[in-house]
Every structure is written in C-alpha cells, then in structure tokens.
Design a binder for this molecule. Structure first.
Ligand code: NDP
Length: 259
C-alpha cells in the first residue's frame, strides 16, 4: 500500500530514542521528511544524520524541551522554516512513580506541562502550517494507562488521560480545517527504557523480568517491538486513514481488560 507520505513533513517530539525514534524512522522509510526533537542536541543531530544517510530524506534536528512554551516555539519555527508540518505526533513523555499523598504540586505541574501543554502549544502552532498546506494529521501518543491505570503512577495515569481527552476536543475543532486528530494508547512497548529498568531490577535476569511483566499484563504474552507500534501510527497519520477522526486506538496485545 502506498501511504502517500512522500515529501510530507512529519514532526515527532521526543524522537531520539524508543517509540519516537521508531516513528521518525518509519515515516522516513515511507519517504517523509522528519523533524527530530529531544532535549539532547547531540542525540537529535546524530539521529537526524543517520536517518538522512539511510533513507535519503531530509531530517531536521531540533534540540528543545517541549514541556516549555519556548521549547515548543522552537519546534514550530523549525517546522515553518522547513516548509511547514503535514503531520504532528505528540510523543515526548515519561512514566512516574509516586503516591497522591506524597507527591508535591511541582511534580504534577511538570507532568502536566510535558504530557498536556506540549500537545496544546504544538498543535495550536502547527495547525496554521497544516491548514496553509491544505490539511494534515495529528496523533497524541497517550497510553493504555489513560484508561486502565497502573497503581504506582497516578500522575502519569491522570495526565495521559487528560491528553486523550484533549485529542478528542482538538479533533472536533481541527477537522473543520481538514486536520485529522487521533490518539494512540500503547500497551507494553519494548524500548531501551524498559530494558534499562529491567536490568536495574534483575541484572542478568532482565529478560526474564520483561517476560514476567508481559505474562501478567498482556494477553499476547510479549512486548511489542517499537516498529509494530510505529507502523500503526504512520498508517493512522497517512492520507490512507482519511476517515479515522477523533478516535483512540489501543495497540496493547490485549492488555486492556474491557471492550
Ligand atoms: P523514552 O524514554 O524511550 O524516550 C523519550 C524520548 O523523548 C527521548 O528521545 C527523550 O530525549 C525525549 N524527551 C523526553 N522529555 C522530553 C522533553 N521534555 N522535551 C523533548 N523531548 C523529550 O520513551 P518511550 O519511547 O518509552 O515513550 C514515548 C512515549 O510513549 C511517552 O509519551 C510514553 O508515555 C508513551 N508510552 C510508552 C510506552 C512503553 O511501553 N514504552 C507505553 C505507553 C505509552 P531527551 O531525554 O534527550 O529529551
């Protein structure tokens, strides 16, 4: 299937590692130009160079912290300077670990800024570019935890749930401008971050730990590869998914315990 992404510009926040990296690589494989973002300038440059070498597309590195207004503006400006965004994936995010009784206000606000305000600010800024190009697509990368919480991360669960609702509100507004908005809720995706956590907890037995997590949580009894999730997201952002509007899609190997 031709995903009709050749020459489009896909902006993916948090794209030097893990899922975001998988997404920029998957977009580039389809012939899209990409904007690679992370706080580390070195990582953003190195990923952008590697993508240009491998896929012969344009890859623009932008080192900025998207949990700040200034960091979002840097992404918006770089996309404008590269001809304007066609696709935006709000991906940068991270897990948490706390109790409601013990977590200070600042921690709640930091996660709110990273998971919600980044999506608000970037979608607002990039929508004008998409509209000027005739339309586009946006994807909020929330989490299965947006609807099925894990007990140890109430801040993560709550802010990801807010991101999913934001995606729905944004969708109704944006479709009038020919911009489709959807949300993806991944389950267990095997990223270096998960592997590092497993190593910290179990040393040489780290793969056993990951298998135990998969056995407990996912009906399919394994983690997804980053590529399995990225391929789904790239399709959803492509013109071939033209009737998918305002939905939340679970990619979770059966982890969600409801329909
Ligand atoms: P990783 O920790 O592996 O990668 C995070 C990426 O985001 C890195 O490139 C990091 O680079 C960048 N980043 C982090 N904070 C910021 C920031 N403030 N501004 C800009 N870039 C930032 O994460 P994952 O790939 O595991 O997760 C990606 C998204 O997917 C997250 O939103 C996560 O909640 C979601 N998700 C992940 C699941 C999983 O199983 N892995 C399951 C469900 C959802 P740098 O540190 O240099 O900034």
């Amino acid at each position: 299937m031709d995903l009709e992404l050749n020459g489009k510009l896909a902006v993916v926040t948090g794209s030097t590692r893990g899922i975001g990296l998988g997404m920029v690589r998957a977009f580039a494989r389809e012939g899209a130009n990409v904007l690679v973002n992370a706080r580390s300038a070195e990582a953003a440059k190195s990923v952008a160079h590697a993508i240009e070498d491998e896929f012969r597309v344009r890859a623009v590195p932008v080192a900025s912290d998207v949990s700040t207004a200034k960091g979002c503006q840097a992404v918006i400006d770089a996309a404008a300077a590269s001809g304007g965004a066609d696709i935006f994936v709000s991906n940068a995010g991270t897990g948490s670990n706390e109790t409601v009784a013990g977590a200070p206000d600042d921690k709640w606000l930091d996660y709110w800024n990273l998971h919600v305000m980044a999506a608000v600010r970037l979608s607002r800024g990039l929508a004008d570019q998409m509209e000027a190009k005739g339309g586009g697509a946006m994807l909020m990368n929330a989490s299965i935890c947006a609807v099925q919480p894990l007990w140890y991360e109430p801040i993560y669960n709550t802010t990801k749930s807010a991101l999913m609702m934001f995606g729905k509100c944004l969708s109704s507004e944006m479709i009038k401008r020919n911009i489709r908005v959807n949300t993806v809720n991944p389950g267990l995706i095997r990223t270096p971050d998960w592997e590092n956590t497993a190593r910290e907890l179990r040393g040489d037995e780290w793969e056993t730990y990951l298998q135990e997590v998969a056995d407990v949580h996912a009906d399919i009894k394994r983690f997804a590869t980053v590529e399995e999730l990225a391929d789904f997201c790239v399709f959803l952002c492509s013109p071939r998914a033209s009737y998918s509007v305002g939905s939340a899609y679970h990619v979770d190997g059966g982890m969600l315990k409801t329909v």
